[in-house]
Design a protein around this ligand. Sequence first.
Ligand code: ATP
Ligand code: MG
Ligand code: MG
Length: 380
Amino acid sequence: MKTVGILGGGQLARMMALSAAPLGLRFLVLDTAADACAGQFAPMVVGDYTDEAALAEFASKIDVATFDFENVPAESAQWLATRVPVFPSPRALAVAQDRLAEKTLFRELGIPVPDFADIDSRAALDAAVVKLGTPCILKTRRLGYDGKGQFRIKSPADVDAAWDALGAQAGTVGLILEGFVVFQRELSVVAVRGQDGEFRAWPLTENWHVDGVLSASLAPARVDDAMNAVAMSHARKLAEALDYVGVFALELFCRDGVLLANELAPRVHNSGHWTIEGSETSQFQNHLRAVLGLPLGDTRMLGVACMLNWIGAMPDAAAVLGEASGHWHDYGKQPRAGRKVGHATLRADTAHELAEALMRVGAALDRHAQVAPVIARLRD
Ligand code: ATP
Ligand code: MG
Ligand code: MG
């Protein structure tokens, strides 16, 4: 029986462990927090990702390593790779950890990106704001997630506040300025690549964010075949360029019919949670198959699916569980403002049925704002 080591013990590790138990796998999670939610289902090593003793203990007990957390220091991933196979590779991880390296690679591959500039000083920021224009977004190059480490510059008057908020990080994690994209839609490709190079993608997903945090996802995204093909081709090109192994997500903005790449998540992704019940093989199961060199499962889906994220605290489960294809996921985390604590997936055979189910759930949970854009899209 093989043991998969997972760096990071959040909900992604937890869902990996839950989905792959039937494959006869064991897991070992490394996390800095003893109460990490994956620890409810898998043994843990508690320690810092840079702590050699913790890493050595972790490495000695596993057959292969992967990630739930993309911000594990690249040097730690490299150190681990000298002892056990690590997927995705430390190189792919390093590119995805740095918004500047990632956008530079997208551009080299001919994948359009929003305008961006490397910011290493206040003078560079002033010059870039003039060049890119406002609105724009200042982001840390590394370590951001769920919209953290970002400052929206609506007009030149906001530059001082942006520098106050993030300037100190210019010399540490680095900064990047991006043009603000007035997009009509956000989309993501969730895809998997095997050790033999086999590539499979789930149907394109449309996503809605609130304050930089994912709120809802709908699959399949209602886009035409040509746009779908472009999105898939970008994802495939990227996976091949990085010799990527495992599941990843490519986040895209759709502006006036053009797809601009936002970022690459080198791991299973929140916009792929619907695949647990909505597709033949979930992203979690396929990620582990890829990491272990097993044949990949089919990524086709049945009907349509919508995932709703629960942020801060769990709502009451009854309304979702009362739906014919309503599925509930409670990550077993302590409630905290802004924290992802669970999600629900609703599946249906038709767009009309899914919209009706979302109406009922939105009303029962008093979450009209969360379900409204999805219902509007389903009724387009
Ligand atoms: P996560 O990794 O959780 O997806 P993150 O912290 O890496 O989030 P981004 O994906 O860069 O952050 O940004 C979060 C959201 O903020 C995006 O999904 C999008 O809604 C909005 N956003 C980010 N960059 C831009 C941009 N240049 N123009 C318009 N909107 C943006
Ligand atoms: Mg990100
Ligand atoms: Mg993102």
